[in-house]
Design a protein around this ligand. Sequence first.
Ligand code: HEC
Ligand code: HEC
Ligand code: HEC
Length: 118
Amino acid sequence: MNKKVLTTCVAACSIIAGLSLIPVSGIMAQNTGRPEMTLNGGSKGPVLFKHQLHQNVVKDCAVCHKDFEKKPGALDAAKKDGILRAKQVMNKTCIACHRAKRGAGEKSGPTSCNACHS
Ligand code: HEC
Ligand code: HEC
Ligand code: HEC
């Protein structure tokens, strides 16, 4: 094989390899869900939740999703099935983080009832 043929082959192979990566990364790109949603806050009223904002500040999906699936309605389903207690995510995940961040002097979210529930 002379040098020119080899170069052409290497170039072509890279293109083919590159193209074949597109559908793979397309499939692997994770579904990040709704950028904003209203969560069921029971008798205290609905909670507007900025999902995308949290994905940007929290980074690790598992901080929240260790407790419920990445599906719409997963939180209510986990409470209904007794996997999560009422207010468990609110207290142990949402408010716990907001308190810790505030305590550390970092940018944080609300900890008072009516700032989350409306
Ligand atoms: C601060 C908490 C939190 C973090 C961090 C978080 N999520 Fe979520 N996510 C939620 C809540 C709450 C729901 C709503 C579940 C429900 O409807 O019961 C949700 C729902 C979803 C859904 C279902 C679709 C939808 O729109 O409801 C997907 C998909 C999802 N999240 C993906 C992700 C991915 C991927 C990450 C990380 C990049 C992530 N989430 C990080 C809290 C979080
Ligand atoms: C950081 C936001 C936030 C704050 C602050 C907050 N809540 Fe919640 N609350 C939620 C979320 C999210 C849920 C749904 C998830 C859960 O039940 O863990 C919820 C759920 C609830 C529920 C329904 C539980 C059920 O399953 O029936 C009640 C009642 C409630 N909160 C009362 C309160 C009261 C009272 C306060 C103040 C002492 C408060 N919340 C502060 C976010 C918050
Ligand atoms: C691991 C940390 C962490 C967790 C878990 C978390 N938050 Fe937050 N939250 C933040 C930070 C940081 C901000 C401030 C972000 C900013 O203003 O840039 C914030 C901001 C907010 C705000 C104010 C958003 C606005 O309008 O600017 C609300 C409401 C809120 N969080 C609700 C929730 C609820 C409900 C949950 C649980 C489902 C939750 N958070 C879980 C860290 C967290």
